[in-house]
Write a protein that binds this ligand. Sequence first.
Ligand code: SAM
Length: 230
Amino acid sequence: MSYEVKPVGYVRSCFKEKFAIPRQPLLAPAAQGCIELLAPFDQPETVIGLEGISHIWVIFIFHKTLESAPRLKVRPPRLGGNKSIGVFASRATHRANGIGQSAVRLDRVEAGRLWISGIDLLDGTPVLDIKPYVPYADSLPDAHNALAEHAPKLLAVSWQQPAFLLAQEHAQRLQQPVIELIEQCLAQDPRPAYQQPTAERIYGVQFWDVQVRWRYLTLEQIEVVEVCLA
Ligand code: SAM
């Protein structure tokens, strides 16, 4: 038996590529975007009541990592990329049916558009459903996860002065918290854990229409070296 699902909308996101997207939602509060709803869900009726709700669950398709054969085990980057665990013990993008779920902040509601932040979603992500976060049921203070007990340790992020000034200009132009976005995402240590970067190796990623380049001064310290239009 199979079931057909159709998107109710698509995510417009600051993240234009998978690299450097935080590995879970709400780790980078400055990561903003919106869900553009499709007909018939773009009508005002569908969002009645959402104005009193601070967070929503976004159910979506990992459309850029869909595979024909399901994986039974995965190697999460968080475990260094060399330990495999069962797919159902992981939030990996390669999974049965390619379905993801993220609890994100709901900042503003309009008919046809939900403005969200703290996202870990790529631009163009198809959204299958949206549900309210229900604090008394969804927040579980006694829950534990031996594989991911704590949020990952943050790296220190510093700037070369010209890069910082350009990031300020782009923040002004885009009316977006570009500096916070860069700092929050890079502090998560985007590099694959098996890579041992030298101080000469330059990494890069696009946020909005801005290309950001950085290097590792040490394994705990990142320096942003360049910010320019992509
Ligand atoms: N919070 C979700 C979950 O638990 O289902 C996602 C967790 S998954 C580990 C987060 C990663 O998914 C991000 O770091 C990003 O690289 C990747 N990602 C986000 N949107 C995607 C998409 N549409 N297709 C493929 N990968 C995506």
